[in-house]
Design a protein around this ligand. Structure first.
Ligand code: ZN
Length: 604
């Protein structure tokens, strides 16, 4: 068989899925989706068709009125099961009826107590990277795109949403049925569904937000500027081709900052700060509408094409909307984070390459911030080599030519060489893309706002604490840069002092507290433990939790608490977070799983 993607059983020589029509019933008691799905193929298929599946309980497979032979004939801890449909005889459509499993990795079922309102349950999905197969059998590789239509039946009190266009809503007994269509072809990882006590607020002509009633006002204010972001993004990247751009505010257990599900970004509530301080996160998710969703990485080994390009676009849009000073400050902060991660996992680790050979690796665990920032810095070098005007023309050509397609790193580099051959004369493309580490031969970011922070830090290292007035006007990324660069161990008194003069409590920013609690733990500030526990209990975002857990495991005094806390919050966290942050001792046969950023996190 010919596998095209190390993370999928799909054999694309057999044929491709073109469209799926799904009838989904959400069972909030059993934590299952009951689904009947009609699949249409691009061309009639003869013989076998391999689909990816994970924990799917298949009841029926039918084509042209006759039952199909099928078997789950291969199994792998990482890939799940191979669903082998047999004896296809010029079949161009078939129907599968099945249930998802209670352990479906893509689905998070929350009881009412874990929502803002505290009453109604909540369901949301997270299919990236290879979890769509736990919702429906599919060719779960970003190389295959399909359109879909769906109806989703939920209890009357709830509202169902999808990363798709809502067509109509009707009642059926004690339930409501929401109908959707997605006319633009998507890869499976961008399939997304949610349901909860949701209300909708219009923000602009193309933008809006879904949230629980308790959060919707704050969310509507925080993200009121989304339309302006689309206008700027279109100047840089070309026309927005997905119709609407709405947000879905999730409960706090969501493991990511945002997920760029088309038409409907899924967003962590930690992004609602009350000061529009983290809207660069939206800029990033919005930019994915072009780089990632429109032009898609062919496999997860080419992930930098999605994230490097999107981070680059984010910095360009931010430069226009927030000014060059702000953009330079974030570039410095991002560079430091990149170094931090590269040093932790080793400058010569294969995970520091842009193109990462990842057969046998869990794409979630192999994911670091490296493809984001190293990818962005590489594209900036390309821009410097030819000048902004020519590079911008190249961007339009790239998103236009490859729209609704998936491409490999090599196909991208061929295109780059054809269009901008000077890049290859001035930039060592081979080294940037295929070698580990970060070359010194690059234009380095500079920022006066960042330097101000560094000078306060250098005085502190010599023994003088900064005065309140010195830090009072600091912007979010200055505070992050300060907390990021603090010495690993400082007196507990200084922890308290910094929390106060930086007004961390007033700002209530989980990004700040992730750094702050990490410093408290490594500094042996033991009284902080109940607050750390409360934070972990409340926040699901991996980016914020993992540094805290790493610090706890490394500190003798905190180590015994790490396992206890993880066991306590496991049920409340998203499956992906708890898979990544423990060796899943409760699940028989489960091996320790390498943690995000390439290092294994084992709870002793
Ligand atoms: Zn991204």
């Amino acid at each position: 068989m010919a596998r095209h993607d190390p993370h999928s059983y799909a054999d694309l020589t057999q044929g491709r899925i073109a469209h799926i029509d799904l009838r989904i019933e959400a069972d909030f008691d059993a934590h299952l989706l009951n689904i009947e799905a009609d699949y249409q193929l691009v061309e009639p298929v003869n013989g076998s068709l391999f689909l990816d599946a994970a924990g799917i309980d298949l009841a029926r497979a039918v084509a042209n009125g006759r039952t199909l032979q099928w078997e789950f004939d291969q199994q792998d801890e990482l890939l799940g099961e191979r669903l082998h449909l047999k004896g296809l005889n010029g079949v161009s459509s078939f129907t599968l009826a099945f249930n998802t499993s209670r352990e479906a990795r893509a689905l998070q079922w929350l009881p009412g107590v874990q929502t803002a309102g505290g009453v109604h349950p909540f369901l949301y999905s997270q299919c990236q990277a290879i979890h769509a197969r736990s919702v429906f059998p599919c060719q779960d590789t970003p190389s295959v795109r399909f359109t879909f239509s769906a109806e989703v039946e939920v209890p009357k009190a709830l509202t169902a949403v999808m990363a798709a266009e809502q067509v109509r809503v009707r009642e059926r007994g004690a339930n409501k049925v929401f109908q959707f269509k997605m006319p633009q072809p998507i890869p499976s990882y961008l399939f997304a569904i949610g349901a909860g006590n949701l209300v909708f607020r219009e923000l602009g002509p193309r933008t809006g937000v879904y949230a629980e009633p308790e959060l919707v006002e704050a969310a509507a204010w925080e993200f009121a500027e989304n339309e302006a972001k689309i206008v700027e993004a279109e100047k840089l990247l070309g026309p927005y081709l997905w119709g609407r751009y709405d947000l879905l505010i999730l409960p706090p257990s969501f493991p990511y900052g945002g997920m760029e599900n088309p038409r409907l970004t899924f967003l962590t509530p930690t992004a609602i700060l009350g000061n529009r301080g983290q809207t660069t996160l939206i800029t990033h998710e919005l930019a994915h509408a072009w780089t990632g969703n429109l032009v898609t990485n062919a496999t997860w080994e080419d992930f930098w094409l999605n994230e490097g390009w999107t981070t680059y676009a984010e910095t360009r849009i931010t430069e226009v909307l927030e000014g060059i000073e702000f953009a330079d400050l974030t570039a410095m902060y991002d560079e430091q984070r990149l170094f931090e991660v590269m040093e932790r996992i080793g400058m010569d680790s294969i995970l520091t390459r842009l193109k990462v050979p990842s057969e046998g690796l869990d794409p979630d665990s192999a994911t670091t911030i490296i493809p984001y920032y190293k990818g962005c810095f590489f594209l900036k070098e390309c821009e410097y080599a030819v000048g902004r005007e020519r590079f911008d023309a190249f961007i339009h050509k790239y998103t236009g030519k490859y729209q609704f397609q998936s491409l490999t790193t090599e196909a991208f580099l061929d295109f780059l060489e054809r269009e901008l051959p000077e890049v290859f004369e001035k930039v060592n493309v081979q080294e940037w893309v295929y070698e580990p580490g970060l070359t010194d031969k690059r234009r380095k970011p500079q920022s006066a706002l960042y330097d101000e922070v560094q000078s306060v830090l250098s005085v502190y290292r010599q023994g003088t604490r900064p005065a309140r007035g010195q830090v009072a006007d600091w912007r979010r990324y200055q505070i992050l840069s300060f907390l990021q660069a603090l010495p690993k161990q400082i007196p507990a008194e200084d922890c308290k002092y910094f929390e106060e003069i930086l007004d961390l409590e007033g700002k209530n920013d989980a990004g700040h507290y992730s750094y702050f609690y990490t410093t408290c733990i490594t500094s042996g500030y033991q009284d902080i433990l109940p607050r750390v526990e409360e934070f972990i209990d409340r926040v699901g975002r991996m980016l914020y939790l993992l540094p805290i857990f790493r610090a706890m495991i490394a500190a003798d005094w905190a180590k015994p608490h790490a396992r206890r806390i993880l066991e306590a919050v496991r049920e409340r966290q998203h499956t992906i977070t708890s898979m990544l942050s423990t060796n899943c001792s409760k699940k028989p046969g489960c091996k320790p799983i390498p943690i995000q950023n390439g290092t294994s996190l084992r709870i002793p």
